[in-house]
Write a protein that binds this ligand. Structure first.
Ligand SMILES: [Fe+2]
Length: 283
């Protein structure tokens, strides 16, 4: 049986990817940010997951504004790196796990979550920056990835509660897969940021730190946050945080915070990162 062995949340700021690709991780500006991921890099080297179900959002790379699925799952054998305007990032092609992904698509749809099935898709910084933060710059990614793309770009995005319930269904789906696989679920995006309008540059450290705490302590409070509160408190792009709730829903009732990191600013955003463990008996 496939098992969920842990969860990761992290921001996926594109400038972080550029800093890695251009060898700037040791600079005065970037070094404090990358220091916050050192613990996680060692942790994951030990954990050696077989597959990461990686929840992220596409930034008009694979999906244009002509067609935007609310929830999509990548069922391909591999996912090329998207060209976001400066050529594709110099990172390895992302290898999928088509058999597991097709199983998850079937299980989720029969569990009443109407996933869009994606058989061909380029993946952008939303997916590749988290991989780079945890795995560095390998020749090949040491893990297979099942991408789950969530619409947080065009109104209306799904609610946090809906995302949490999708996570719960994802757990059922993963645990009904026969092969013995070590699976992690990652939720990316956030934290508070706003990229346009009079409030561009908004960062709300109090909201972000409360969110980081409640991910482990009181997720029910986070499930109930409405869209307008995200917009008001965390800025127009803070809605990306609903993707963290998919990961949290998948991890089950009890989690233990293994690592927590918060850093301001990275580019014009607040960066938040959590590693959550699950009880030994549920691994
Ligand atoms: Fe994003």
């Amino acid at each position: 049986m496939a098992r969920i062995t842990g969860g990761v949340t992290t921001s996926h700021v594109p400038a972080i990817g550029a800093a890695i690709d251009q060898g700037k991780t040791d600079t005065e500006y970037w070094a404090p940010l990358f220091a916050g991921y050192e613990w996680s890099k060692k942790w994951i080297a030990n954990e050696k997951p077989d597959v990461i179900v990686l929840v992220y959002n596409d930034h008009a790379s694979a999906f244009s504004l002509e067609m935007i699925p609310t929830f999509a799952i990548g069922c391909a054998d591999e996912f090329p790196i998207a060209d976001e305007g400066f050529g594709p990032r110099p990172v390895p092609t992302v290898k999928g796990h088509a058999d597991l992904a097709c199983h998850l698509a079937q299980a989720l749809i029969l569990d009443e979550f109407d996933m869009t099935v994606i058989n061909q898709m380029a993946v952008d910084h939303g997916l590749t920056v988290p991989l780079s933060l945890l795995f560095g710059q390998p020749e090949e990614w040491p893990v297979r990835v099942v991408p789950i793309a969530v619409n947080v770009i065009q109104y209306p995005p799904p609610t946090g509660e809906r995302c949490f319930k999708l996570g719960q269904a994802l757990r059922r789906a993963i645990e009904s897969y026969d092969e013995d696989l070590n699976v992690q679920v990652w939720g990316t995006g956030g934290m508070s940021h706003q990229l346009q309008g009079p409030r561009a540059g908004l960062i709300n450290q109090e909201f972000d730190n409360n969110f980081l705490t409640k991910m482990a302590d009181d997720v029910d409070e986070l499930r109930a946050i409405p869209h307008l509160e995200y917009l008001r408190e965390a800025g127009s792009e803070g809605i990306e945080l609903v993707m963290w709730l998919i990961m949290r829903g998948a991890l089950g009732d009890t989690v233990s915070p293994l690592h927590r990191f918060y850093h301001v600013p990275a580019s014009n955003t607040a960066v938040g990162h959590l590693v959550l463990g699950v009880p030994e008996e549920s691994k």
